[in-house]
Ligand binder design. Structure first.
Ligand code: BG6
Ligand code: MG
Length: 220
């Protein structure tokens, strides 16, 4: 039986994945590193500091920055990111998400959030949907970013459901790997998400019926 659906936030519930990219692109530029959207795919689902490390490595500058420098760069990125978050309203929820959350609630299926973003609570509040989530895993409590399953397992535990009775929804490759490693069934939003149990091009195609058909196929 399907007991819970656990959502990633950035790029699934709202398009903050793009805002993360813009903030990192500008900070990277200031230290002479250029990143594009293809490279950015590698940053999705990865914590703030781990993202910076990947950017520095990409630019061949990992050795040029001390721990204190890295902390300053992360703070700089986050300040820019927070400034762009000011534009978030309930209208920023991606198509299909609100209807799905309501359909799940109507069926008594628990709803969780598994985002490694420390800004997740602020974002859910700005979107006006905090009350629709039964449990949000606290990113400050996890040690390993995705693709490690830690954040999804924390969400399952918080919801009181077994991973085998839950579906996870993700827009990143690291996220799909995390869901699969947790023992949950995985739904990918986007293209090229290798390993996704069900792959949909956008949240527009995401609805209760499709999740139900997918679950029945897995558990005939
Ligand atoms: C993830 C994003 O949800 O959160 C990553 O996909 C981001 O791009 C990570 O780096 C951490 O977010 P924050 O808001 O704590 O910097
Ligand atoms: Mg994401």
């Amino acid at each position: 039986k399907l007991d819970a659906v656990i959502f990633d936030l950035d790029g699934v519930v709202t398009d903050t994945a793009h805002l993360h990219y813009v903030a990192w692109r500008d900070v990277a530029k200031e230290i002479g590193i250029s990143i594009d959207e293809t490279f950015n795919e590698q940053l999705k689902g990865i914590s703030r500091m781990a993202s910076l490390q990947r950017i520095l490595q990409h630019g061949g500058k990992a050795a040029h920055f001390s721990t204190a420098d890295c902390e300053e760069l992360c703070a700089r990125k986050n300040n820019r990111y927070l400034a762009t978050l000011a534009s978030l309203t309930p209208e920023s929820i991606l198509p299909g998400i609100t209807a799905l959350l309501q359909a799940l609630r109507g069926r008594g299926i628990r709803i969780g959030l598994a985002s490694v973003s420390l800004n997740a609570p602020v974002i859910l509040n700005a979107l006006g949907i905090s009350h629709l989530f039964d449990y949000c895993a606290d990113a400050s409590r996890i040690v390993h970013s995705k693709p490690d399953p830690e954040i999804f397992l924390l969400a399952c535990r918080g919801l009181g459901v077994a991973a085998q009775h839950a579906i996870g929804i993700e827009d990143s490759l690291a996220g799909i790997q995390a869901i699969n490693a947790s023992g949950m069934a995985s739904v990918g939003i986007g293209e090229d998400l290798m390993g996704a149990g069900l792959l949909l091009p956008s949240t527009r195609e995401l609805n209760w019926h499709r999740l139900d058909v997918y679950w029945q196929r897995l558990h005939p």
